[in-house]
Design a protein around this ligand. Structure first.
Ligand code: ZN
Length: 301
């Protein structure tokens, strides 16, 4: 009996403290696309990889041009367990089909988990988005065979629509990796922000958002890295501010969430060249490290 009790205590200790500290050397963040939707920002559109033990395991968004940077990164799509979309604007999702087509030439057997927001009146849900691409009456019906029917190495896309009603949705991928989403305000769009927790570390991705729901700081609390989208300058019009957060807001969120490092991405012509000004507004609230990202930049924790 005493032995069983001791074992139970060890088990509790192991599960509760095994990743009490971030195992930094095992994790990194890589930017595949540091731009927005413009064709003249000299950047791929929004996409990120989270690396664990030398393998890219989670992809956040798959904007146009990012799949070419995926090639350059040396990542293997067969290692990607989940693709988590913040929303289904073109600059966050246009390259997704590239990866599915690649499956024809690969030996992937593991199901691919795809997460994205539930739909609303102006946007499809994650399931509707995937079906609109690959089902028989979709844009690329020929790829349906690659993912579902190919006899020698089939796999399935398992799609999950993230509730826009729940304050927070959590998805455990395995014993090491968990994803958490919260709804964020991006004009009339259905949109979420993502947090990836793995081996005691946390990386949070704002996606595109204004901060009208005030939900990002809670999600990002104590993250090792917050990737925030620097899509608009401080002084801009109300239409842009209904979609995106200005630098001062990013600084407040980073400070409130006590994040260790702030990576700015989704850089656009209206913010490129204004880095000093942007830093000035952010540093009024946030004293930590701030990095302006470029394609293929990799950040340790
Ligand atoms: Zn965008």
């Amino acid at each position: 009996m005493r032995k069983i009790a001791a074992l139970f205590i060890v088990l509790i200790l192991f599960t509760s403290t095994s990743y009490a500290q971030c195992q930094k050397q095992r994790v990194s963040l890589q930017v595949l696309g540091s731009g927005g939707p413009e064709l003249n920002d000299k950047r791929a559109s929004s996409s990120y990889l989270v690396w664990l033990d030398g393998k890219a395991v989670v992809m956040i968004d798959a904007g146009g041009g990012s799949s070419y940077n995926f090639e350059k990164s040396g990542a293997n799509f067969n290692d990607i367990k989940a693709v988590a979309f913040t929303h289904f604007h073109v600059d966050h999702s246009a390259d997704f089909s590239e990866y599915i087509k690649y499956s024809y030439f690969s030996s992937r057997k593991e199901d691919l988990l795809v997460y994205g927001p539930a739909g609303n009146t102006v946007m499809p849900s994650a399931t509707e988005f995937v079906n609109a691409l690959f089902k028989k009456d979709g844009a690329y019906p020929y790829l349906n065979n690659n993912i579902n029917l190919k006899s020698n190495n089939p796999y399935h896309i398992k799609t999950t629509d993230v509730s826009l009603e729940k304050k927070r949705s959590e998805f455990k991928l395995n014993k090491d990796i968990a994803l958490t989403a919260v709804p964020v305000h991006h004009g009339p769009l259905a949109a979420v922000a993502w947090r990836v927790d793995l081996v005691g570390c946390a990386i949070t991705f704002s996606g595109d958002m204004s901060n009208k729901y005030n939900s990002l700081a809670g999600l990002a609390m104590n993250s090792d890295i917050l990737v925030a989208h620097n899509a608009v300058p401080e002084i801009t019009n109300r239409f842009a501010l209904n979609l995106h957060m200005p630098p001062s807001e990013i600084g407040k969120i980073a400070n409130n969430a006590k994040v260790k490092k702030l990576v700015l991405s989704h850089r656009m012509n209206r913010t490129l060249g204004k880095e000093d000004e942007t830093l000035g507004y952010i540093s009024k609230s946030y004293a930590g490290a701030v990095k302006f990202s470029n394609d293929l930049d990799e950040y340790s924790l």
